[in-house]
Design a protein around this ligand. Structure first.
Ligand code: NAD
Length: 295
């Protein structure tokens, strides 16, 4: 079997390298960034001569791309998967994508005999590197079962959620919670800094108390210690939360919290922080209050 892998960034890179190491198949890789390709070739991957060539020669194709538009372009664009993959190919999108886009791509690919799973992941770069990332999948269950071992090769937990698009719904809800928890943590830690209490003690109390969350612990390794280089870019977090707010709107669910956090991210992007880590939203609080918030 030949596997194609498109998008070798912060998440796709480590997941692809773990896939290459974990399976006994040839993995053909493609990215616009030659350095990203080189890191996968170094562990046994093969650089594709083009997207079209990768699509034509692969039995299973993975994508890990920034936004729904990037996935759409790679699937439906000229030289893309729909035009070049053979019938019987399975396409697995690991990106955080819009449920509506996922369903549209799956329907288009189905007319060409190509099955699709929407298969977003959660756990961030450290767990992608450790091979313990959580993978959720939507789509035909038999197709999922046939490819379960491939997904397990680079992840710790693999869950079939339901029909196509259902995994993207689960992922957007998960990320909405993560970003709202992170914003609450930023606000709380700013309050602690302004009140002048011991920040390390405050952090220790929260992370051992009922205010604990994966978000505040992650913040403790990043913004709260002044590390802002992107592990998960603010621009991508903004994309995810925007999709989650659209999902709430589609279903008429009151948006009491997520739209506020989206505005916080909008302010951070307005300050030019879109390329920094999603935790750089802390800088909005810092700017407004005129002081750093650090452990
Ligand atoms: P990234 O920007 O680091 O990587 C994206 C890669 O795609 C880049 O290497 C880029 O060169 C490549 N690319 C873009 N367009 C391309 C094209 N047309 N052809 C080939 N390559 C192309 O992004 P990331 O952080 O790795 O995120 C990837 C996806 O995973 C996103 O949908 C994101 O929302 C999701 N995600 C990210 C995290 C995280 O912590 N970073 C966690 C879970 C899910």
């Amino acid at each position: 079997m030949k596997i194609g892998y498109i998008g070798l960034g912060n998440m796709g890179g480590p997941m692809c390298r773990n896939l290459i190491k974990g399976v006994n198949h040839q993995v053909v890789v493609h990215d616009l960034n030659a350095e990203a390709v080189a890191t996968c070739v170094a562990v046994g991957g093969t650089a594709a001569s083009s997207l079209a060539a990768l699509a034509a020669e692969s039995d299973v194709i993975f994508t890990s791309l920034p936004t729904p538009r990037h996935v759409e372009a790679v699937v439906l664009g000229e030289g893309g998967i729909a035009a070049h993959a053979k019938p019987g190919t399975v396409f697995i999108d690991l990106s955080t994508n819009a449920p509506a886009m996922v369903k549209r791509l799956a329907a288009e690919l189905a007319t060409r005999g190509i099955a699709m799973l929407d298969s977003p992941v959660t756990g961030g770069v450290p767990r992608a590197e450790a091979g313990t990332i959580v993978v959720m999948a939507g789509g035909n269950e038999a197709v999922f079962e046939a490819n379960r071992a491939l997904l397990a090769a680079f992840s710790g937990t693999v869950v079939h959620v339901g029909p196509i698009g259902s995994a993207s719904v689960a992922k957007l809800i998960n990320n909405m919670l993560a970003f709202c928890n992170a914003a609450a943590a930023m606000e709380g830690m700013t309050m602690g800094a302004m009140a002048g209490i011991d920040m390390k003690k405050l952090f220790g109390i929260i992370t051992n108390g009922s205010g604990d969350s994966a978000a505040i612990r992650s913040l403790g390794n990043r913004a709260l210690v002044g590390k802002f280089e992107a592990s998960f870019a603010l621009d991508l977090a903004y994309k995810d939360l925007g999709l989650a707010v659209e999902l709430a709107t589609e279903h008429g669910v009151p948006g009491m919290i997520a739209p506020q956090v989206l505005n916080l991210m909008r302010m951070a992007r307005g300050l030019g922080l879109g390329g920094e880590d999603s935790s750089a939203s802390l800088k909005v609080y810092e700017k407004v209050m005129g002081r750093e918030v650090r452990l």
